[in-house]
Design a protein around this ligand. Sequence first.
Ligand code: 3PG
Length: 212
Amino acid sequence: MSNLMSLLESTPVVPLVQATDPDVAVKTTRALVAGGLKVIEVVLRTDNSLACLKAITEQVPEAITGAGTVLTEAQCQQAIDHGATFIVSPGLTEGVVKLAQKHGLPILPGIATATELQQAYNYGLRTLKFFPASLAGGPKMLKAMSSVFRDVRFMPTGGVNTSTLGDYLAVPAVLACGGSWLTPADEIAAGNYDAVTKIASEAAKLAQDLRS
Ligand code: 3PG
């Protein structure tokens, strides 16, 4: 089993890091790692996201850092060039999937319907993002999909938070839950990284308790 998969099996929570300042991105990631969350998704949503990704991979090697919100093949290549070790997309694009596969990187494209899931299945994928989870049917939808696609694991994101984490993790097909609730922008803007560590450690403990 890869390091990524074994970390997600033991602590099934993936925080999103969205930053413009590489120093802030590094401090946020260190705070998350201190709280027990080592799998980090850096979303490519700011002009400086790639620099943030690179800074994290160089300065926080204990984290497993991937790129999220990867929309195009060009972004996928840039993410790989800046050190991403896995790729996450909100939707399903063959070019992005094939490029990540060519580089041997785990790729989790987002799906929200059985048709998209079946398409991803036929690209050889068995681990997929489910997005936007809360609007696309939540845990009930995942139960229905996993009754048909029996060897697929899911990472629901989009509207997941502390109060719904347990409902998602109760679905056996859920590998891990991702989201931005773990990196509140106001605490980070205030430099309150202890708050980020506290949120991370509470989520890590909750997830571990729910899975054990
Ligand atoms: C994503 O990129 O996965 C979503 O933005 C996560 O949604 P959230 O902000 O509701 O957690």
